[in-house]
Design a protein around this ligand. Structure first.
Ligand code: GLO
Ligand code: NI
Ligand code: NI
Length: 407
């Protein structure tokens, strides 16, 4: 496709799965406190050390980009003011490391789901005070994005959803979320830094039902609130599975709406119904995903962020490095296979043939050029007596073709 692998695959490291991750789960305490700070006990000193460790890992892995939540990089302190000050100090440190290494910010985001104040949501909360706190985090997040020249800015709707419709006004909450995003767009314009905003859909977890359920639901929302000029989607493999979709389906929906922004690379588990965030190793699935991404002309300015974590039993630093290598290798193989699928033009031919009746007949052409009316079509059908020629799709054969391209 005239591009090098490096030009096609822009990988990013996630701060929360590498530095902050400690192996705790709802049933167990941490298995892997990664004490990057040797003997420091001051939280800010630790935060500085963590940034250094993060950049060291990225350099070892040859990562081009990184992603983080505000709470990953700096302690929240005792007030929002303190949080702001801590963030400023660490952001400056990150900026130095970026200048030193050439590693870039893919996106940052605000964690508006862990702090107890967000138990009823952030932009969809029932409290105006909480809504204002969320605004404070986003304003700071956009200032940071400007300082670090972020390409995207992500909104995963952590607790934007509901537990029961009996105490929830869904329309009101969606209106508030729409308003919130417009406030963010307006602020970004006012500081002259407009990254591509991304909604990251997920159907459930932690809420019973999340408003950004899947790609199609997020697009309907963006259209209703007139936000499509500013927002695209950040799609995650495991979230697609949770919504009952394949990853390729979600990618295809997004690119159909011209809204494929970036991806969170991981995979789920066939047996587990939650976001297990495993590293991507399934070459077949990822080849199909890469096919969609290449058909989209790549991800620009997005990239491939590893929203994936090592298991809590896999706690050595080496595991973290090997896991990312396995993930990058999987994507590299997928890229090769998907590129071959496109360069071969074989599938393209199959698709073309499948719709030929629209392109190669007067009837089909009249539908596509808008000259047909319901009556002209009905009259045609009546003339033919409702008879149509049945043609096989050779579906099993077409599906087996994929095997020829797997690398
Ligand atoms: C959780 C999401 C989460 C987001 C992150 C950035 O399921 O995948 O990890 O990607 O908060 O928005
Ligand atoms: Ni994610
Ligand atoms: Ni997730």
């Amino acid at each position: 496709l005239g591009k090098t692998m490096k030009e096609q695959l822009h990988f990013a490291l996630a701060f929360w799965h590498t530095i902050t991750m400690d192996g705790s789960d709802p049933f167990g305490t941490p298995t892997m406190i990664r004490d990057f700070s040797t003997d420091a006990s001051d939280p800010m000193e630790i935060a500085h050390h963590r940034v250094d460790a993060f950049f060291e890992i990225m350099q070892k892995l040859g990562m081009e980009y990184f992603c983080f939540h505000d709470v990953d990089i700096a302690p929240e302190g005792n007030s929002l003011k303190e949080f702001y000050a801590n963030l400023d100090e660490i952001t400056d440190h990150i900026k130095e490391k970026m200048d030193e290494t050439g590693i870039k910010l893919l996106w940052n985001t605000a964690n508006m789901f862990s702090n107890p104040r967000y138990m009823n949501g952030a932009s969809t909360t029932n409290s105006a005070e909480v809504y204002a706190c969320a605004a404070a985090q986003i304003r700071k997040g956009l200032d940071i994005s400007k300082k670090l020249n972020g390409k995207n800015y992500v909104f995963w709707g952590g607790r934007e959803g509901y537990e029961s419709l009996l105490n929830t006004d869904m329309g009101f909450e969606l209106d508030n979320m729409g308003r919130f995003f417009h406030l963010a767009v307006d602020y970004a314009k006012s500081i002259n830094h407009l990254p591509v905003f991304l909604i990251e859909p997920k159907p459930k977890e932690p809420m019973k039902h999340q408003y950004d359920f899947d790609a199609a639901t997020a697009m309907a929302f963006l259209q209703k609130y007139d936000l499509t000029d500013y927002f695209k989607l950040n799609l995650e493999t495991n979230h697609a599975w949770l919504a009952g979709h394949t990853f390729e389906h979600e990618l295809n929906v997004a690119r159909t709406y011209n809204a494929l922004g970036s991806i969170d690379a991981n995979q789920g588990d066939y047996l587990l119904g939650w976001d297990t965030d495993e590293f991507p190793t399934l070459v077949v699935d990822i080849t199909l995903a890469m096919y969609q991404i290449l058909k989209n002309g790549g991800l620009n300015p997005g990239g491939i962020n590893f929203d994936a974590k090592v298991r809590r039993t896999s706690f050595e630093m080496e595991d973290l490095i090997l896991a990312h290598i396995a993930g990058m290798d999987t994507y590299a193989r997928a890229l090769k296979g998907a590129a071959a699928m496109i360069e071969d033009h074989y599938l393209e031919g199959i698709v073309e043939k499948r719709y030929e009746s629209f392109h190669n007949t007067d009837l089909g052409k009249s539908i596509l050029d808008g000259s047909a009316t319901l009556t002209s079509l009905a009259d045609h059908a009546l003339e033919e007596g409702g008879k149509v020629e049945l043609k096989s799709n050779h579906l099993e054969y077409v599906k087996s073709v994929l095997n020829d391209y797997l690398v």
